[in-house]
Each structure stands twice: as structure tokens, then as C-alpha cells.
Design a protein around this ligand. Structure first.
Ligand code: CDP
Ligand code: MG
Length: 167
């Protein structure tokens, strides 16, 4: 079973929409196996976005720096979800990076509308509610970066009745 990392960014926490967004993942049958609030250091985000991620390499220093600053604007909620093809399915639920381009029905499309241009003029990263791991390799490294082994839990949810072999 796959695991993936979700981060409710400062804009989601400050808007009070964490519960509503989390409900979408629970309703889809994903299992919460780790969950905590924290306010990480710049170094922690540096590794998250360039080291594990490749934001600076892909998008340049300006976007990288404004993303680090925006993430440090307040506490975030980090969550590990488990499920069948969790990484790609959750990316689909989250939608495109730019809320303007994110389709209705996705989290970024339903809970935000802003575009890159507007974000750039304010010196902020585009406020897009959640982070979700891009692929399996990124997910594995991100979970290790954000969670200790003992913060991840193993238990059964009723959805597993439908994903386990028939007894
Ligand atoms: O978050 P996602 O994987 O969809 O996109 P990314 O390319 O890995 O970028 C990481 C984060 O940097 C985004 O979620 C935005 O918060 C920020 N970003 C931005 O503000 N403006 C861009 N043009 C690209 C990324
Ligand atoms: Mg990414």
C-alpha cells in the first residue's frame, strides 16, 4: 500500500479549512497514519523544496525564496495518508499548482482562484492550500523528513474490508 505526504499550508490553517479538506481524503477512503501541527525552520523547508524537491532548479531562486518565506508565515499541519495508488490519486484530488488553472472539483480549484502573476506582484508564493508528494520517490523521502518512525501508526480502517483478500 502506498503512502504520501500532505501539508496543509499556512493559508489553509489560517483560513480554517483544514477539516473540510481533510474530510475529502477520508471520504475517498485514505487512511490517516500520521498527523501533527508544527512550524518548521527555514532549513527544514530548504531541504523539502530543494534537496528532496527540485523547486529552485525548476523554477529559479525568486520563486524558491518566496515559497520558503510563505511557508514560514505560520504553523502547518503535516499528514501521512495511506491507500491504493495514494500518491497519484491524491495529486489528482489536489489539482494543478496554480489555482487559476486547477479544475473545479480539485482542492486547489475549489478553495482558491489566484494566479502566478498576482502572487509574483505580492512577492508571495501562490497560495494553494496543500502540498502533496509528486511521486513515490518524493513521498518516501518527504515522509522520512517530516515524521519520525514512531509518529506513523498501523491500524485497520473499515475501507480495508473492500481492499483485502476475501476471507
Ligand atoms: O506544489 P506542486 O508540486 O504542485 O508544485 P511545485 O512546482 O513543486 O512548486 C512547489 C510550490 O512552490 C507550489 O505549490 C507553490 O506554492 C510554489 N510555486 C509558486 O508560488 N509559483 C510558481 N510559479 C511555482 C511554484
Ligand atoms: Mg512539488
Amino acid at each position: 500500500m502506498e503512502r504520501t505526504l500532505i501539508i496543509f499550508k499556512p493559508d489553509a490553517v489560517q483560513r480554517g479549512i483544514v477539516g473540510e479538506v481533510m474530510t475529502r481524503f477520508e471520504k475517498a477512503g485514505f487512511k490517516i497514519v500520521g498527523l501533527k501541527m508544527l512550524q518548521p525552520s527555514e532549513e527544514h523547508y530548504h531541504k523539502h523544496y530543494e534537496g528532496i524537491g527540485t523547486l529552485k532548479t525548476r523554477k529559479g531562486n525568486e520563486i524558491f525564496e518566496s515559497t520558503l518565506l510563505s511557508m514560514q508565515e505560520g504553523p502547518v499541519i503535516a499528514m501521512v495518508l495511506e491507500g491504493v495508488e495514494a500518491v497519484s490519486t491524491i495529486r489528482k484530488m489536489v489539482g494543478s499548482t496554480e489555482p487559476k488553472s486547477a479544475l473545479p472539483g480539485t482542492i486547489r480549484g475549489d478553495f482558491a482562484h489566484v494566479n502566478y502573476n498576482q502572487a509574483t506582484t505580492t512577492g508571495r508564493a501562490v497560495a494553494n492550500i496543500v502540498h502533496a508528494s509528486a511521486d513515490l520517490n518524493e513521498a518516501k523521502q518527504e515522509i522520512d523528513h517530516w515524521f519520525k518512525k514512531e509518529e506513523i501508526f498501523d491500524y485497520r480502517v473499515v475501507h480495508e474490508h473492500f481492499t483485502q483478500p476475501k476471507s
